[in-house]
Design a protein around this ligand. Sequence first.
Ligand SMILES: *Cc1c(COP(=O)(O)O)cnc(C)c1O
Length: 401
Amino acid sequence: MQEESRLVLAGRHSERFAGLVNTPVFRGSTVLHASLAAWEDKKKRRAADEHGASTYGRFGTPTHHALEEAVAEIEGGYRALLYPSGLSACATALTSLLAAGDHVLLTDSAYAPTRGFLTRVLGRFNVDVSVYDPTIGAGIEALMRANTRVVYVESPGSETFEVQDVPAIAAVARRHGARVVMDNTWGTPLFFKPFAHGVDVSVQAATKYIVGHSDAMLGVLTCNQETWPLIKRTSQDMGMTAGPDDAYLALRGLRTMAVRLQQHWKGGVEVAQWLQARPEVEAVLHPALPGDPGHALWKRDFRGACGLFAVVLNPVSAGALEAFVDSLQLFGLGVSWGGYESLVIPFNPVGERSATQWPYHGQALRLHVGLEAPADLIADLEQGFAALARAESSNQQRRSA
Ligand SMILES: *Cc1c(COP(=O)(O)O)cnc(C)c1O
């Protein structure tokens, strides 16, 4: 079956819910059992790890289980679990697989709060963190230690969009008995298949494209069979749970994710190519563009691209940058991404990164291309560049006056 069809069918059990197409929102904490025998039976099924055998709201409702089942199937993993945010999914994956005295290798391009969790929180528990160049590939061999338990990958990298050679890294990790944890938020379960590329645990900020409408926070983690018992145990030990309304919104988003992503992909490439040809632009960082350093790996391993990429402007005054950003009508100024709306946010990796050198000179902006018509987005950026030019020339007049 093709992906689009599986997205429509995965995790649905209409026969259990009065024939309804969608699994309804189940809100609940206490689960009642008709008899002591039924209670004992449920506990037994839970102990045997039967999916959906829940004795308490914290272990999920049918709404949660439907989403877990669907994501695990689409991503190609064994089982999935939900978390209150993408970051809590990242943090729980790492906590599950690491102990005091262990060493973890972290890509320099990781989402900054994930890096903060590792260094600030797990660092306090005597987990040793080394940061590596995301483009290291099989060269990661030289960094492996006897106590390296986890190699953390994120491809393409947050903000800077380096594509990693995940299969090469995973092959080395496997030889050394380390697990590979991947943040697959950019690729989504549709465009990158982590388990086919040697990953053990895949984390998603479902907040982004799975929810897809900027109206809920949620994390999903999918594991292979080997890591599942550890991840599940730790998630329960930490009391991880998510709201059923948010799980419902994510399930609803999932059904249309394939068509939305086609538009984000197409629009993103169109806007990125237009930017690439502009004199105001120093660089465009987008792996789907031919000529991007990560393009060959992206083509080899990914099935598509989402709408998130970065542009670096040629150096301009602070006032001109402000005029550009403030004049944009269709690109809202804000973090997060994956919704239907376009966004812009300035960033500066200098000071956040330690294993790589940022080679550019001007201001970097992260763009999310939403579902608006690409021609309108391009027109918006064009008038933005006109505002930038006006601010820059009045700046120069003031200086020469
Ligand atoms: C947003 C994001 C997260 C965190 O997700 P939240 O739901 O905001 O906690 C993790 N990884 C990446 C790559 C993200 O972009």
